[in-house]
Ligand binder design. Structure first.
Ligand SMILES: Nc1ncnc2c1ncn2[C@@H]1O[C@H](COP(=O)(O)OP(=O)(O)OP(=O)(O)O)[C@@H](O)[C@H]1O
Length: 290
């Protein structure tokens, strides 16, 4: 049995009336239990790609012409009978949590999908407690969803999606409203899911944080894949399209002889430590000429 859970082959898509393709000959695979991070500037096609993986396109949004194939768990997404068939295995968390919150309290929100599927009550309690703990919403369970902060709403939607036991989780900027600690805890939870065999595709703008938690990164630009590989490959390749700020600092330190690429993965602490011992580090960090 293949361990490839997502297989996208030569996928191109143009929205009706658009002057260019939102996705342009996109091909990649994702293995079971892998975390694939998707990066790219605004309008690059990241959300469109998640909608294709989740079956929203073409089952719900019909306003586009596309070619190529998207297979999830061995099934062509487009050829599935309905969106419901796709979402039995795939959980999609949209960019805007407001769209997905439909219940009065957080507890109801987490239980709702499971109740609709006829999950036994004991199992509902078990999954609800696990998911609430994993995504840090236990203390919010009896709060009204309309009164939550943006970050609390995001955690609630991710937790509710996980309650449904998806084999694939698609997360569209799940930490956009979260502070650094909240971002880290959600991405840590994503790693826990991956260890359990859940396949995760996560769109993020927080490049450095994502690099620490994703197995591979894919960079989209104007609908095309411009890089695909481990974070190290994507950040340090000869034509690396993405250079996190901290890496830029490190490369300046390398030029000054104070850091070696063997030290990757690199954290802010590494970069600071690499620059600490000798004079000139401060100017390297600030980018000012010595
Ligand atoms: N329903 C739609 N109809 C027409 N054009 C669309 C539609 N949805 C997206 N687009 C266009 O397709 C392109 C890709 O959009 P998409 O939302 O996938 O980008 P993105 O990388 O997710 O951007 P962001 O980071 O801003 O969320 C953009 O040019 C966008 O304007």
């Amino acid at each position: 049995m293949t361990d490839t859970v997502i297989r996208v082959n030569d996928l191109s898509l143009r929205y009706r009336g658009a002057d260019r393709r939102a996705l342009d000959e996109v091909s990649f695979d994702v293995a079971r239990g892998e975390v694939l991070g998707i990066l790219g500037p605004t309008g690059a096609g990241k959300s469109t790609l998640l909608k294709c993986l989740a079956g929203v396109i073409p089952h719900y949004e019909h306003d586009s012409a596309h070619r190529g194939t998207v297979e999830v768990l061995g099934h062509s997404v487009a050829e599935r009978g309905s969106l419901a068939e796709v979402v039995a295995d795939v959980g999609l968390v949209l960019q805007d949590p407001e769209v997905q919150l439909v219940n009065t309290t957080v507890r109801e929100e987490l239980a709702w999908g499971m109740e609709n599927r006829g999950t036994p009550v004991a199992e509902i309690h078990r999954r609800l407690a696990r998911s609430a703990g994993l995504f840090g919403v236990e203390r919010l369970l009896d709060r009204f969803t309309h009164a939550l902060s943006g970050g609390e709403k995001q955690r609630t939607v991710v937790a509710a999606t996980y309650c449904l036991g998806p084999q694939v989780m698609l997360l569209d900027e799940p930490t956009s409203e979260l502070d650094p600690a909240g971002t880290e805890s959600v991405l840590q939870a994503v790693r826990v899911l991956a260890r359990e065999g859940v396949t995760v595709v996560v769109v993020e703008h927080k490049v450095e944080e994502l690099a620490q938690y994703a197995d591979r990164l894919m960079v989209l630009d104007q609908g095309r894949v411009t890089a695909l590989g481990t974070p190290r490959e994507v950040f340090t390749g000869e034509h690396a399209p993405y250079r996190p700020q901290v890496l830029e600092v490190a490369l300046r330190l390398r030029d000054l002889g104070r850091w070696s690429p063997a030290q990757l993965p690199l954290t802010v602490d590494d970069a600071v430590a690499a620059g600490r011992p000798t004079a000139g580090a401060a100017s390297a960090v600030t980018g000012k000429e010595e």
